[in-house]
Design a protein around this ligand. Sequence first.
Ligand code: CP
Ligand code: NVA
Length: 310
Amino acid sequence: MKLRHLTSITDLTAYEIKKIIDRAIVLKKQQKTKRKVKKFLDSKTLTMIFEKPSLRTRISFEIGMTQLGGHAIYLGPDDIQMGSREPVEDIAKVTSSVADIIMARTFSHESIIKLAENSTVPIINGLSNLEHPCQILADLMTIYEVKKTFKNITISFVGDCENNVTHSLALASAILGINFKCASPKGYFMKKEISTIARKIAAKTGSKISETQDPKEAIFHSDVVITDTWVSMGDEKEKEKRLKIFTKYQVNNKLMSLAKKNAIFMHCLPAYRGNEVTSEVIDGEKSVVFQEAENRLHVQKALILFLLGL
Ligand code: CP
Ligand code: NVA
């Protein structure tokens, strides 16, 4: 079997994304109904490398491995000090010689690529400065559970469009033929390298990818409204400046009212209530954020099985 990685959501085709989601739905049902689940990962080990903090990514990967009969090892920022104590290339070679699969959360996307280039086992991007593909698989699964289809769906993202979540969302939307509209202040649009790829893929799948400075225009008539923190991990130095610049991009009830009546609200969490979203929205009836967070577990179990060819 050819070695597969998930460094970017573009490592998967539309068919593969749907296949992973279908399996995740089955695994979720089995877990919820306490049916006996095959221990597909018996004696298998996932090594998790974290350069940044995490709640969801860590617990979902670790619990997912346990549920499938495997084991997960947590390596925090002080354990291996990627790039300073040891080169990324050496870490990939050593770790992949003993582990079955590796997940890494890094500052630089370059580190994810270097891990993949030097590993003999699958590398999963658990968030880099450029992309957050595992999150977007969970988002897509949630959208599919609620809307039952990806056809004629429009996703709006309002906030920091230059971040990892937006990038993977735009790319995934293009791959699946979903329309994607994002709104951010000038200077915070998607990175050109990402929007160019997203538009290229969209031209083939028939989806529309658009960027605007107007949050109302982005949200108008959409099916799914998504936002994320205005200050991503690594951007803390700019916190004060960002909180001012992004003020009018807060998702509140007034803005939500421009989306379709049955629109849902999503957020990868952690959320900063009162900044990018109000409590009335994130804790309101349109919000599916906790279903979305739980789906990290189910979809990543399906992803691991997919990457290991099981
Ligand atoms: N959404 C997400 O990735 O959460 P964590 O940073 O807590 O892992
Ligand atoms: N964009 C956020 C996502 C957190 C899960 C960050 O990178 O901090």
